[in-house]
Ligand binder design. Sequence first.
Ligand SMILES: NC(=O)c1ccc[n+]([C@@H]2O[C@H](COP(=O)([O-])OP(=O)(O)OC[C@H]3O[C@@H](n4cnc5c(N)ncnc54)[C@H](O)[C@@H]3O)[C@@H](O)[C@H]2O)c1
Length: 443
Amino acid sequence: MSDAKGNINRRSFLAKSAAAVAGGMALSRTALSYDNILGANDRISLGHIGVGHRGSELDWIAAQLKTSHKVEMTAVCDLWKVNREQSVSTNTKYYSRAPRSFQYLEDVLALKDVDAVLISTPEHSHSPILKMAVEAGKDAYVEKPMGNVLEEVKAARDATIQHNRIVQVGTQHRSEPYPRAAHDMVQTGMLGEISKIEIVWNYHGPRWRGREETKLVREADTDWRKWLLTKPYRPFDPQVYCEFRLYKEFSSGISDQWMSHGIDLVHWFMKDNFPRSVVAHGGIFAWKDGRENPDTFQAMLEYPKGFLVSYSTSFGNDAPGFTRYMGKNATLVNIGGEGSPRYQVVEEKGNHEVNANIDKDRAAKDVLLPGETKVPPMGIDDLTLEHMANWFECMRSRQQPHCTVQDGFAHSVACMMAAKAYWTGKKQYWDAKSETIVEQLIS
Ligand SMILES: NC(=O)c1ccc[n+]([C@@H]2O[C@H](COP(=O)([O-])OP(=O)(O)OC[C@H]3O[C@@H](n4cnc5c(N)ncnc54)[C@H](O)[C@@H]3O)[C@@H](O)[C@H]2O)c1
């Protein structure tokens, strides 16, 4: 993502956020209960399952917090030798000693001294691995979406609750300061009744095709059957292994990858967690490169409180992204695509049919943090620290983190409904009583 106007550049923005996170921990530490399972002075021992692209980012994030939050990556696990060895090497640099290295996650989960695990495998394995982790008594940070098979996500949620584990689901924007400020502003009710939310996040290019690793990965260096996990056997395919986002058996693509972030924020801002119904459309219009999942996708989700969400992504054109919360008094605009911290409130005043220049009369106010006078950059990357820091703090306090398994379950349901609507061409309903996705609601 680019800094666009970039009044604060990304690096200094992230550095500021890192300092704030470390400072926040120093303060909150005094508030910790000393009856906790993990004492304030105990080091949190981490294991990491699945150390590919996102995994290496999470390794970096955890390492930035190693002193302020007293953590150490003591074990890493990846089926694929190349990524496993890379992660051992970078974590050795981060902590000045080598983590233990494992091919199989069962070996990490069996380690008594590991308090918690990070799970950043492909999304078809998030929920099954999360369930195994919490049953082994570990707290967990699991990447988004929490899962993409309804029964598996439910089972992971239920096991987390049953075993009383602290699980943070990886929709990190919930913990970032600007979305938090925008969230608090929405809670004041100043936007008035919100009836429509529009999310448009675009990208120009054959997204998720062309990963370099497809040329490197050999079946002999990994364990393909273990990678498939719950899926029926199919012959090894390096493209499926590395570009799983394009293949429908493993991912819904745009919905699992991007809509999970967008809809998760909507649920949190609106305090309405499950769509009542969803329709979706799209296709492979821009990149006919053998992908199964759409490169152009739009879902419409209706919520019980009475509002409609339109989520739209195109990979054939990079027209500017935005999110708009449209209220009767004002519009909250998030300027930029996924993760943009730039929010603005625009007064709703009159009608353009009466005054063609009405936009000029509509007061616009940037959402800024206390003490800030400059607007933040429009794009930041996925390296913010707050979400991981929040998880570490919750592990000590045993409070619930910012994105619980209930929230992860909810964003997964919305994404699964959108994917099902796309593939069946039929409107999908959420039956809250039976927690099932159905094509007809009986009531
Ligand atoms: N929160 C964010 O902003 C963000 C950003 C990027 C990716 N992600 C999420 O991260 C996940 C991983 O994406 P990626 O690009 O890092 O994929 P990747 O293919 O680069 O990495 C996945 C790694 O997991 C390993 N693996 C797979 N199954 C395993 C198993 N059973 N046991 C141990 N290792 C296993 C693979 O060998 C690979 O090294 C995706 O689900 C994606 O949604 C989140």
